[in-house]
Design a protein around this ligand. Structure first.
Ligand SMILES: Nc1nc2c(ncn2[C@@H]2O[C@H](COP(=O)(O)OP(=O)(O)OP(=O)(O)O)[C@@H](O)[C@H]2O)c(=O)[nH]1
Ligand SMILES: [Mg+2]
Length: 447
């Protein structure tokens, strides 16, 4: 996600690796300045950041350690604005969130992503369809909610979004929902009528949070429009959408300082799992290429339920791991989001993320083949991989429209996967994994 920025920081820090004099500090600062400006970080933000880093490093003594410490501290400061971090639940449920933004900025998609994010964390979430401007808007939400098994409040007969909002709040209260997310129509701040409507929806919702969804592909305009909305109606957080399409990425670095509102989430793709929490100190670690184990752990624990994990462990130990389990694991992996973003969170491996092609688990040719092969197996075969003799293998290959070689290759992969799973399933396995992580954190794994 932050490959370009991470590279810039690394290059800059390396400039004072060998010499601890003012000249090398200047070189490092110049390099950083150039790359941050190129990444579209606002010039004032860059100037302020580098000025403090320069002063602090000089006072502490020029050297890589002091430079890095000062850079990290002040970068965290730059990314921080008054208000909440991450998703914060109100003291009284339901937590009400109003989603606002320009047309096509990604409000509806982000609303669904956020609902899914909260649902994975065991929250009961209701979405309200308050966009009555665009004809297909309610239909879009209906489909997205159905696909992702999310609750939606809508009223096809009602024309007034304020009334829908009111009814949605009632439903959220009566239904004991933890969170209510209100999707609204896209609008320009200069459109007085629509801004008035938004203000009215706002007053019946009484939101705990107003999230402004800004399209990061529009660069500094995204920040400007967020600022205008903040002045007119007051927002408590920004979500940057379409960050995957923004090759520069600097918008995420400047926004908190520029409008004094915290960035809370980043949208990194069209799929429902493509939403990343934005917590300044964790993000700074990632920006420095040091990974973010906290977010990774939080992400996996939201997906992997302890009971299921135990049952699976038992199966693996008994050597009963089968094709159904394999498919199920693949499904779980999908919920974690893209491989690229996961790799970026592992210390020592983050530099790999940039080189990695983003593997789309669901749509990769490999995955389609595997699904076809498992689909050609009988119920018994799926449960007992040891049944597969040559005759059966040939039948499976034919059924899947593939060659015997493909089937053999897959079976070999499957065997390896079960072996790996067995290795890591016991107590010792966890220890091994933790050691590996610790090693990686100390830079033990070659970069
Ligand atoms: N690549 C990418 N596409 C995104 C992301 N977020 C949204 N989109 C796409 O952007 C387009 C517009 O998204 P919507 O969620 O419909 O935007 P909206 O703000 O609700 O639009 P209106 O309701 O018409 O104002 C869709 O094609 C989404 O798939 C993202 O993080 N990455
Ligand atoms: Mg919409």
């Amino acid at each position: 996600m932050f490959e370009v920025l991470t590279d810039s920081f690394k290059t800059a820090v390396n400039k004072i690796r060998f010499a601890d004099d003012e000249k090398s500090l200047k070189k490092a600062l110049d390099t950083l300045k150039k790359s941050l400006l190129k990444a579209d970080v606002h010039h004032k933000v860059v100037k302020d950041l580098l000025k403090v880093v320069e002063t602090e490093t000089k006072v502490a003594g020029i050297g890589q350690v002091n430079f890095l410490r000062s850079l990290k501290d002040n970068l965290t400061q730059t990314l921080t604005a008054p208000g909440n971090q991450g998703f914060v639940y109100a003291s009284q449920a339901p937590t009400r969130v109003l989603m606002a933004g320009l047309q096509g900025s990604g409000k509806t998609t982000t609303t669904v992503k956020l609902a899914n994010y909260l649902k994975l964390r065991q929250k009961k979430v209701l979405i309200a369809a308050c966009d009555l401007q665009r004809l297909a808007a309610v239909e879009q939400l209906k489909q997205l909610c159905e696909q992702n098994e999310l609750d939606l409040y809508f009223d096809d007969k009602e024309q007034n979004p304020v009334k829908i909002a009111k009814a949605a709040v009632k439903k959220a209260k009566d239904g004991l929902y933890d969170v209510l997310l209100v999707d609204t129509a896209g609008r320009l701040a200069i459109d007085e009528e629509l801004m008035q409507e938004l203000t009215e929806v706002r007053s019946v919702i009484e939101p705990d949070e107003v999230f402004y969804v800004a399209d990061s592909m529009t660069g500094q305009d995204a920040i400007r429009s967020a600022g205008t909305f903040h002045d007119k109606i007051g927002i408590s957080g920004v979500v940057l959408s379409k960050y995957d399409g923004d090759s520069k990425g600097g918008v995420a670095l400047g926004i908190a300082k520029q409008i004094n509102v915290p960035l809370r989430f980043i949208g990194t793709g069209e799929k429902v799992a493509d939403l990343e929490l934005f917590v300044p100190d964790r993000i700074v670690n990632r920006l420095m290429g040091e990974g973010d184990l906290e977010t990774l752990a939080e992400k996996t624990s939201a997906i992997i339920n302890e009971k299921q994990a135990k049952a699976l462990n038992k199966k693996i130990k008994k050597g009963e791991f089968n094709f159904n389990d394999f498919l199920e694991q693949m499904e779980q992996m999908k919920k974690l989001g893209s491989m690229k973003s996961l790799i970026g969170m592992i210390p020592g491996l983050s530099s790999m993320a940039g080189q990695l092609k983003d593997v789309d688990l669901e749509n990769s040719v490999e995955m389609k083949r595997i699904k076809a092969m498992i689909g050609s197996m009988t119920k018994k075969e799926r449960e007992m991989p040891s049944l597969l003799n040559n005759t059966r293998k040939r039948r499976i290959a034919e059924g899947a429209g593939l060659s015997n070689m493909d089937v053999n290759k897959f079976l070999k992969q499957f065997k390896n996967a079960s072996k790996m799973a067995k290795k890591f399933s016991g107590k010792k396995g966890m220890q091994d994994l933790q050691n590996m992580m610790a090693q990686a954190k100390q830079g033990g794994i070659p970069r």
